[in-house]
Ligand binder design. Structure first.
Ligand code: BTN
Length: 332
């Protein structure tokens, strides 16, 4: 923890109180000049800090920044967030988390950035990551499960994101197979989970999570091939990113420990209850042929179970799944 983080920590533990430069310098074992310098840096970051002669410094307001010390404070998790690393800017939190994992970072490490200069989406796409508005984070896990079960963690993450949106914003969030979260049919969150494994053994999994929180319409790139939205666009109200992240990490922590103890079944049921195409007729575009059937659930390997007219179950591992009704509507 840097001395800047420690100063914020002191302000947080003594809300509305003045802390003298001398006291801060003694508690942190740094010079008074260093305290003053760090207070200036905090001000530049947007912290409103009052300075009164003979009384000291007092925190009046904190900006909406995702600082590691702020994330860790009050985080009620067993495993996730045992180490939190935050960057004002990075190329991609997934890339950072992967490097840290290779260097031996502990399970549960969370990497967060305010901005990504090379945010990555699925299928080599770009993930738009402007500063100050959204959530870009990656979580490092080292589960001792068979390699084929690793996709289950994507569904676990999707459930944790969807439930956070439901509980904090009262949205009716929907999970879209395999790894999107939608609000009113528009994408609000995408997941990019990456694995490092050897034949039978998982070394680590990176859960990459992007959630559009306070992004405005003009901040989305032109030419997206799907409708996209943010919490702000849906409600007209900004949402506190720190609170959102902490709630999400706690939900993820809860479901991850449940998953390690009880397996995939509880998560599979939750995911299915959040999936609006369950028991609905869909078409799956498989490039060369189009399949039609009813979605009846998830397989253990993350494939979608599609029941065809003759009762046969087809496992869908890739492809665009489109509800039959909405496709008809589009044509009208
Ligand atoms: C998608 O829907 O295509 C997946 C998007 C995943 C974006 C997140 S943002 C945090 C993490 N870092 C990345 O570079 N990508 C993921």
């Amino acid at each position: 923890m840097t001395s800047r983080d420690k100063i914020i920590g002191l302000f947080r533990t003594c809300p509305n109180q003045y802390l003298s430069g001398q006291e801060i310098s003694r508690l942190l074992d740094i010079s008074r000049a260093a305290v003053w310098k760090q207070v200036e840096v905090l001000r530049e970051l947007g912290f409103e800090i009052e300075a009164k002669h003979s009384l000291g410094y007092r925190l009046l307001a904190a900006p909406d920044l995702l600082l590691a010390s702020e994330i860790e404070r009050g985080l009620n998790c067993q495993l996730i967030g045992r180490s939190v690393i935050s960057f004002p800017e990075t190329d991609s939190t997934n890339v950072r988390a992967r490097r840290l994992a290779e260097e031996g970072a502990i399970e549960g490490t969370v990497v967060v950035a305010d901005r990504q200069s090379a945010g990555r989406g699925r299928l080599g796409r770009r993930w738009e990551s402007p500063p100050g508005v959204n959530l870009y984070c990656s979580i490092l896990l080292r589960p001792q499960i068979p390699v084929q079960q690793a996709p289950q963690l994507t569904f676990l993450t999707a459930v944790a994101v969807a439930e956070t949106l439901q509980e904090l914003c009262q949205f009716s969030a929907e999970v879209k197979w395999p790894n999107d979260i939608l609000i009113n049919g528009a994408k609000i969150s995408g997941l990019l989970n990456e694995m490092n494994a050897e034949t039978e053994q998982i070394h680590f999994v990176i859960l990459g999570v992007g959630v559009n929180l306070n992004m405005t319409e003009s901040q989305f790139p032109d030419g997206l091939n799907y409708p996209a939205t943010s919490v702000f666009m849906e409600t007209g109200q900004p949402i506190d990113r720190l609170n959102f992240l902490q709630f999400f990490l706690q939900r993820l922590d809860l479901y991850y420990s449940e998953f390690l103890q009880e397996g995939f079944t509880p998560i599979r049921h939750r995911w299915e209850s959040l999936c609006h195409i369950m028991n609905k007729q869909v078409e799956v575009d498989r490039g060369n042929r189009c399949l039609r059937g009813t979605v009846v659930g998830l397989e253990a390997d993350g494939a979608l179970r599609l029941q065809q007219q003759d009762g046969q179950i087809e496992k869908i591992l890739a492809g665009d799944v489109i509800p039959v009704k909405s496709r008809k509507r589009e044509k009208n």
